[in-house]
Design a protein around this ligand. Structure first.
Ligand SMILES: [Zn+2]
Length: 288
């Protein structure tokens, strides 16, 4: 079922308080039934999940539909593929925003659809899939979520098979697949839907929890978000959390600028890391 909402009242109703400080992502629970479509533009949908507060996307053209990210294991990918099939019967194309497991381990359910990503994303996924699987299987076991642990343990994620084209023609609408710069990772891909004023940002933008720094290029992240804002989006769909507006992205960019400046001060020897972490706008997030 597609939940059709007025996007502006949706945005004003739920997303625009200050980004919360602290709180580890795995602890987040949304309290709604897992898997919920939200129409954020004409033929542009976001699908929201309680698990990791994940958000994936679907862009429907006249000839093809684009799936943005595939969830975190084979079972979750099957769920998403079935939900997509309830929405459209068009041939599918997949784009992967980055190589973190929760965004791309569900890809098998979409094959033989072409799977677009940056070449670096393919390399990183090939190099890190085993370690990501081990880490997160242990995480789900520790939480007593054996269903997810078992599925993830047996998931061998297909690698993206096609470099992301700058322009992806879905028939009647074009989606721009862009690397705007490094930030959350060194291979972040965004999907820009110009005719809808929409950007799927992957984890370059997070709503509901702080940005994640473990693979980040902190110094370059603010500039990448400035480039994203330069696309002039009306709505930005984050990789985790609810869709947001430009003001939210600008505020997150400014906070990341503070983090980058603190990071640089530590690198110069002007500031102790502990003091920098205490001054960070995200004080509970492990220091990058
Ligand atoms: Zn990520």
């Amino acid at each position: 079922m597609v939940v059709v909402i007025d996007v502006l009242s949706f945005l004003h109703g739920c997303a625009f308080t200050d980004p919360p400080r602290g709180g580890a992502r795995p602890a987040r629970r949304m309290g709604h039934v897992d898997g919920r479509w939200v129409e954020v533009g004409d033929g542009v949908l976001a699908r929201r999940y309680a698990e990791l507060d994940l958000t994936v996307g679907l862009v429907i053209g006249a000839d093809r539909a684009l799936v943005v990210d595939t969830r975190g294991d084979a079972r979750q990918g099957v769920e998403l593929a079935a939900a997509v099939r309830e929405t459209t019967a068009l041939p599918l194309v997949v784009a992967i925003t980055h190589a973190h497991f929760d965004h791309c381990f569900g890809t098998a359910a979409f094959l033989p659809a072409p799977v677009h990503a940056l070449p670096v994303c393919r390399e990183v996924l090939a190099a890190t899939a085993d370690a990501q699987r081990s880490e997160w299987v242990a995480h789900y076991r520790s939480r007593g979520d054996d269903l997810t642990a078992d599925s993830l343990a047996t998931t061998d994620p297909p690698l993206p098979d096609s470099p992301a084209p700058a322009e992806l023609d879905l028939g009647g609408r074009v989606v721009d697949l862009r690397h705007l710069g490094r930030g959350h990772t060194d291979h972040d891909l965004v999907a820009h839907v110009p005719d809808a004023g929409m950007v799927f940002a992957g984890d370059l933008v997070e709503q509901g929890a702080p940005p994640a720094f473990e693979d980040a290029v902190v110094a370059e992240w603010p500039g990448t978000l400035t480039a994203l804002l330069g696309l002039g989006p009306r709505v930005v769909v984050p990789g985790h959390g609810d869709p947001v507006d430009r003001a939210f992205v600008a505020e997150q960019r400014d906070r990341l600028t503070e983090v980058a400046e603190l990071h640089a001060a530590v690198a110069r020897g002007d500031l102790e890391a502990a003091e920098a972490a205490a001054r960070s706008p995200y004080p509970d997030v492990p220091w990058p």
